[in-house]
Design a protein around this ligand. Structure first.
Ligand SMILES: *[C@@H]1O[C@H](CO)[C@@H](O)[C@H](O)[C@H]1NC(C)=O
Ligand SMILES: *[C@@H]1O[C@H](CO)[C@@H](O)[C@H](O)[C@H]1NC(C)=O
Length: 370
């Protein structure tokens, strides 16, 4: 019997199986597909810990509700969106690309290339000094593939990337930490808001095309949230808790054009490679009716100071709410774990309003049949 088994299972599969069993303490039990993450602080799970930058979340009270109750570099009280997607795929969370633990069998689970502070544009987030801008995140993805090739060979490595799920989250910082960072910013003198949005979409399209050329075939692309409604912006611009108009306008211009661009790319490719997640609408649902989702507030951050706890950073000196689950926002910019869980639920099961052209459960069902 043993002989028969060996005969019908190709050598390379055995090799990989043994690799996973011996090197990988991180096995995906259900789907067995790798997961790659690109983007900004909404999805960074610790790369910036290894960089000389001010954009970091490696000190308490960040991570207060993480399984270890220690900060990890995630901009959340607990898990973030990619962690919860991994959980649903039956996988361990992906490791940050810069983590020394990302080697051997761990590489086969995927990797997180995201870096807090980055945007679509290279000049976004320059005030954070040393961050991994998006062209460099893609360079790292290329380097990652080289490392995987050395481990499992060319064909298997190509297959791993092709079958992987990819998440990319960009755009918010191009407004908050660039165009609107200071009055009369360079970009705002160069472009009207309408022109700037078109420029961002053109540049984003190049990023997505490069991701496709690097082998990505199922890419979740999140739009920006309602930028004008985050506690940091309420603290700056809001008298009665109303969202900041100009930033809301920016999000309302950017998000539909992103969906259009994704449709164009898919049509050109002739296959659904890119899937738009309407995180703006998901967030607006919480903001319109926080109580329906079990939140007590969608305006005040759990951790922070000043109006709406929206001023400055979340540190040990900040106000800290006792029950994070009641807050949409953990800090002045980032959702709580509970809000992230509800967002991922919509990513998995949402209707076309939320997930275009289809939700993640549909994608996973299609791919498991392929
Ligand atoms: C951003 O920087 C990369 C090099 O790191 C360069 O190739 C690219 O052209 C730049 N993008 C823009 C829009 O200037
Ligand atoms: C911004 O530019 C406008 C007109 O170009 C000018 O009136 C205004 O004072 C400038 N504001 C700042 C803060 O520099």
């Amino acid at each position: 019997m043993a002989g028969l088994l060996v005969d019908i299972i190709p050598c390379r599969d055995w090799f990989i199986l043994i690799l996973i069993l011996t090197l990988g303490n991180t096995i995906c039990h259900v789907n067995g597909r790798a997961f790659f993450v690109f983007g900004d602080s909404l999805v960074d799970n610790g790369n910036n810990n290894y960089l000389l930058t001010t954009a970091r979340a490696d000190a308490p009270p960040y991570g207060i509700d993480y399984p270890t109750h220690h900060p990890t570099g995630r901009f959340s009280n607990g898990l973030n969106i990619p962690d919860i997607i991994s959980e649903h795929m039956g996988c361990e969370a992906t490791l940050p690309y810069l983590s020394p633990e990302l080697s051997g069998g761990n590489l086969l689970v995927g990797a997180n290339f995201a870096s807090a502070g980055v945007g679509i544009l290279n000049d976004t987030g320059i005030q954070f000094i040393n961050i991994i801008r998006i062209p460099n995140q893609l360079d790292n993805f290329k380097e990652y593939q080289q490392r995987v090739r050395e481990l499992i060979g060319h064909e298997e490595s190509k297959k791993l990337v092709k079958q992987a799920l990819v998440l990319i989250t960009l755009g918010g910082n191009d407004f908050v930490n660039n165009y609107y960072l200071v009055p009369n910013s360079t970009r705002s003198q160069q472009f009207t808001l309408q022109e700037y949005v078109r420029f961002l979409i053109t540049e984003y399209k190049k990023v997505l095309k490069r991701l496709y050329r690097l082998g990505a075939r199922r890419v979740l692309v999140t739009g920006t949230g309602p930028l004008g409604c985050v506690p940091a912006e309420l603290a700056c611009y809001s008298r009665n808790g109303e969202c900041a108009e100009e930033l809301q306008l920016a999000a309302s211009l950017f998000n539909p054009q992103l969906v259009q661009m994704i449709d164009q790319l898919n049509t050109k490719i002739g296959h659904i490679a890119f899937i738009a997640a309407n995180t703006n609408q998901m967030h607006m649902d919480f903001i319109s009716n926080p109580h329906a989702f079990g939140f007590t507030t969608s305006k005040i951050a759990c951790c922070g100071q000043g109006p709406y706890n929206g001023v400055g950073f979340c540190t040990t000196a900040s106000n800290l709410c006792p029950n994070r689950d009641e807050y949409v926002f953990w800090d002045p910019f980032h959702p709580s774990e509970r809000a992230n869980r509800l967002i991922v639920q919509q990513i998995l099961t949402g209707t076309d309003t939320y997930m275009h052209p289809m939700n993640l459960n549909t994608i996973m069902a299609l791919d498991s049949r392929a």
